[in-house]
Design a protein. Structure first.
Length: 355
């Protein structure tokens, strides 16, 4: 089985943000300093708030991360990582999210006893959400309601004020986290578990399950002035690896509940993905997703996408890619403020350089 696929996608990169980092300093005791960067440019015709006509637009995807570890003894080390999304910082873009934190955390790596990290960590639920998140340029829909109660959450991938424990043993990868409260969030927690089954010549199967609950502080209102109660998200999925082929399937439900006689808001749906890596230089990806958002018995919106993508690797770390998304969704009156047009096809062409 191709080592590059397994190294990047299968195991135990439970502490995200360091998988592609380059070590710029290495001490004799094992301490190190790592740096990661991404510079990308995309051209697309995706309809959004600043492109209502679906005209061709350009966008940047720039990131910078740094961190590493300091050795305590032969079993333990202090670890940390900070990664930022970077936009233009002068002219009309000055001050507009020009330096936004993606991950900022510190912790202790205890070897076989696992890792404990705190801050804006990569949630262990990413083991499940990454099954769908395979495209170089695409939005992710899983757990899109996490920020209704926890405003600093980016779905369930990245949330401030999180204390997390992770470990791997006997084919299992596990994660458990407690989310400390803020002005809207009383508290929260999440759990995730993945098992990798090696089937020899038949490939590898990696099923995963996950759950998160966030509970609102008393008398917290949403944008419609309804009193929030809690947000529940659960997900189940799997990946299958066979030589240069990776297949994925994931199902999830994401629900926001209210206090009083107010219908809950629920997202539920599934995604199917396929990735084929061949001739070392080319990667072909395809996927289908089907999501529905409801309030009680009322359908607020539907999302049905087919995505096709081709990537060519210029080097081990840099590539060009193009993708096309065919959409057959629906916005109702309740979803008129949707971020994107759910019924318009769009294309994307990009160049990505990483170091």
């Amino acid at each position: 089985m191709k080592k590059t696929i397994l190294a990047a996608l299968l195991p135990a990169m439970l502490v995200a943000g360091t998988a592609q980092a380059a070590s710029v300093y290495q001490a004799e005791d094992g301490s190190n300093v790592d740096v990661f960067g991404r510079l990308g440019f995309n051209v697309h015709n995706r309809t959004s708030g600043d492109n209502t006509d679906g005209d061709m637009r350009g966008s940047f995807d720039n990131r910078l991360g740094f961190g590493g570890s300091q050795t305590i003894n032969d079993q333990m080390s202090v670890i940390g990582w900070a990664e930022y999304q970077i936009g233009a910082a002068e002219g009309s873009n000055a001050g507009k999210d020009s330096f936004t934190a993606r991950y900022v955390w510190a912790g202790v790596d205890m070897g076989n006893m696992g890792k404990v990290t705190g801050g804006r960590v990569a949630s262990g639920l990413i083991m499940a959400t990454d099954i769908a998140d395979v495209f170089a340029s695409s939005d992710v829909n899983l757990a899109s309601q996490a920020s209704v109660i926890n405003k600093n959450a980016t779905q369930v991938f990245r949330q401030d004020d999180t204390i997390q424990y992770q470990n791997s043993f006997a084919g299992f990868d596990m994660s458990a986290a407690y989310i400390v409260g803020n002005e809207r969030l009383k508290n929260g927690y999440n759990l995730a578990l993945r098992y990798t089954l090696d089937m020899g010549n038949a490939g590898k199967l990696a099923p995963v399950v996950g759950y998160q609950r966030n509970t609102a502080e008393d008398n917290v209102k949403d944008d419609a002035n309804n009193t929030l109660d809690k947000n529940d998200f659960w997900v189940v999925g799997t990946r299958y690896y066979f030589n240069d082929l990776m297949l994925g399937a994931v199902y999830s439900e994401d629900k926001v509940s209210y206090i009083g006689n107010v219908d809950e808001s629920k997202d539920k749906g599934y995604e199917l993905t396929a990735v084929y890596d061949f001739q070392n230089d080319w990667v072909v990806r395809g996927g289908y997703r089907d999501y529905k958002k409801t309030s009680g018995s009322t359908t607020d919106s539907k999302m049905k996408d087919w995505t096709a993508e081709v990537q060519y690797k210029l080097t081990d770390r840099s590539s060009i890619f193009t993708s096309y998304v065919k959409r057959d969704g629906e916005d109702t009156a309740q979803a008129k403020d949707a971020k994107y047009d759910l019924n318009q096809d769009y294309y994307n062409v990009g160049l990505r350089y990483e170091f």
